[in-house]
Design a protein around this ligand. Structure first.
Ligand SMILES: [Zn+2]
Length: 433
C-alpha cells in the first residue's frame, strides 16, 4: 500500500532561514525540518512533537553516559542525534538529516519490520511502538546494572478504577499504568467534554465479594498525573478502521484536569518520594508543592505513595489491586495546568491516504508549523483554529502555577500601590511630560 502525499506548497526561502524567538534567540527553522525519505511524514511529525518536550529530552541527554555504554540503545542514540541536528551550530543539512532518518527507520525496524519499508504508517501506532522500544532499551540497561530512568516515565500516569457494588455499596479499586489516552469524540466536540466522556461513570458486571451481587458502577480517575500528557483523538473508524471523522474538535492551549482527579491530590507520576526531596533544579520548578505534600503524608499512607511512584521506571504495565486503607489528601483543585506544546495533524480524507504535519511550541516561545523539511512560523491562535478538523494527537506539558490567586493579588497591590517608585511618582507628578 503506497500512500500519496498531499502536495505541499513550496515556501519562500526567507521563511525557512531563521526566526527571532520571543526570548531573543535565533531559531534556524531549516534545521527544525526533517526530510521525507519516502512516506515518512508520520515519523517526522511524531519526532518533531517529541523532541520539543524539554523534560523528555533532558532525560535522554542527561543520561547519555549511561545509555551510550549499551550497544542496544539504538533508538535513544537516534533521538539524541536527531535533536542535536536541529541545533544552530550542528552543521547539519538536509542530506545529513536524511542519513539520520534512515538510521531512525532502521532502528525502528528492530521493533517492527514494517518500518523498514516505504509505506505510510499510523502516527499513533508509531508513537506507541517507539515508547515500547525505549522501555525495552531501558530494561536492557537495568539488566546491565545501570541506574537509569527511562524518558517514557515523563509520559506515564496511573488511572484508578473504582467499582461500587449497586447492592451493598462495597468498593474495590484497581490501578492501571498508561502513557497516553485515546479519546472518543463527544457530541459537544470539545476536548474537555471528550475527556469527561472517557471518565464518565458506567454500569458494569461485577462479582461482589460481600453480598455476591453482580452489578456495579465504575468510575475512573487520575491517580497520578504525567509530566507530559499525550492525547490520541479517535478520528478513524468504520469498516476496517479506515473512515475518517473530519468533524472539528476544539482543544484549548491550557488544559486543567482537576475535575477528573476526584477529591484527592494526584502527584506527578515520575516523581518518587526520594526524588522530591532531592530534586534536580530543572525538574524542581515543575513539581507542585501541593502535590509533593501528598508524598510526605503520614506513615499509614506512605506505602501507597511509594507504590505508585516507584513504578515510574521500567516495569511492564500492570494492574495494582488497592487495599481499603488507601487514603488521599482532600483538596479543591490541582495547582497546575497543562500547556499545549505539540499537535500532530492528519490531512486527507481517510486512513488510506493523506499526509501528517505537526505544529510545535519551540523553546524560543514561538510556534512553528512543520511540514517535513518545510518549517514556517505560526502562532497559538492559528494552531487552535486551523487544526480543530485535523488534529490527531495532542501533546500537553505540565506547568506548575507558582502563585495562587490570593498571593497574586497581594503581590499586585504591593507593586501597584506600595512600592517606593510609585510613592516617588505620586510625590513628583510635575516631572511628567
Ligand atoms: Zn455487594
Amino acid at each position: 500500500m503506497s500512500l500519496p502525499r498531499a502536495s505541499s506548497a513550496t515556501r519562500g526561502s526567507e521563511e525557512t532561514q531563521g526566526a527571532r524567538g520571543e526570548r531573543g534567540a535565533l531559531v534556524n527553522m531549516e534545521l527544525l525540518g526533517l526530510p521525507n525519505i519516502g512516506n515518512t511524514c508520520f515519523l517526522n511529525a511524531i519526532l518533531q512533537c517529541l523532541l520539543v518536550l524539554p523534560s523528555f529530552l533532558k532525560k535522554i541527554l542527561h543520561q547519555e553516559q549511561l545509555w551510550s555504554s549499551s550497544p542496544f540503545s539504538n533508538l535513544l542514540r537516534c533521538l539524541s542525534d536527531v535533536y542535536r541536528s536541529s541545533l544552530p551550530d550542528s552543521g547539519a543539512n538536509q542530506a545529513s538529516k536524511a542519513d539520520l532518518m534512515w538510521k531512525v527507520k532502521y532502528s525502528l525496524s528492530g521493533y517492527d519490520l514494517k518500518y523498514l519499508g516505504d509505506t505510510q504508517q499510523d502516527a499513533h501506532e508509531l508513537l506507541v511502538n517507539m515508547l515500547c522500544q525505549l522501555k525495552e532499551e531501558g530494561m536492557i540497561l537495568k539488566t546491565l546494572g545501570v541506574s537509569y530512568t527511562c524518558p517514557v516515565s515523563q509520559l506515564e500516569f496511573q488511572l484508578v478504577s473504582v467499582r461500587t457494588c449497586t447492592s451493598c455499596g462495597r468498593e474495590s479499586s484497581t490501578r492501571e499504568d498508561y502513557n497516553h489516552l485515546s479519546l472518543d469524540f463527544s457530541p459537544e466536540r470539545t476536548l474537555q467534554s471528550s475527556l469527561a466522556l472517557t471518565f464518565k461513570g458506567e454500569k458494569v458486571e461485577f462479582k461482589c465479594e460481600g453480598c455476591k451481587g453482580l452489578h456495579a458502577t465504575k468510575v475512573e480517575l487520575f491517580h497520578t498525573l504525567p509530566l507530559v500528557l499525550v492525547l490520541h483523538l479517535k478520528r478513524f473508524g468504520g469498516p476496517g478502521g479506515l473512515e475518517k471523522l473530519e468533524a472539528p474538535l476544539l482543544f484549548p492551549s491550557e488544559l486543567r484536569l482537576s475535575t477528573l482527579c476526584g477529591d484527592m491530590v494526584p502527584h506527578l507520576h515520575s516523581a518518587s518520594p526520594q526524588a522530591l526531596t532531592n530534586l534536580a533544579p530543572s525538574i524542581q520548578g515543575s513539581i507542585p508543592q501541593t502535590l509533593t505534600s501528598q508524598v510526605s503524608s503520614p506513615a499509614g499512607e506512605a506505602k501507597d505513595s511509594t507504590l505508585c511512584c516507584s513504578d515510574s521506571n521500567d516495569q511492564e504495565p500492570e494492574k495494582v489491586l488497592l487495599t481499603a486503607s488507601v487514603k488521599q489528601q482532600p483538596v479543591k483543585s490541582v495547582n497546575g495546568y497543562y500547556q499545549l506544546t505539540g499537535v500532530v495533524s492528519h490531512l486527507g480524507g481517510s486512513a488510506n491516504s493523506g499526509h501528517y504535519i505537526s505544529d510545535i511550541l519551540h523553546a524560543s516561545g514561538n510556534w512553528f508549523c512543520c511540514n517535513d523539511s518545510q518549517v514556517s512560523m505560526s502562532n497559538e491562535a492559528t494552531v487552535l483554529r486551523t487544526r480543530a478538523r485535523s488534529a490527531y494527537m495532542l501533546f500537553y506539558m505540565f506547568r506548575y502555577c507558582l502563585l495562587s490567586p490570593s498571593i497574586f493579588l497581594c503581590c499586585y497591590i504591593c507593586v501597584r500601590f506600595l512600592s517606593p517608585y510609585r510613592a516617588r511618582e505620586r510625590e513628583a507628578p510635575a516631572h511628567r511630560a
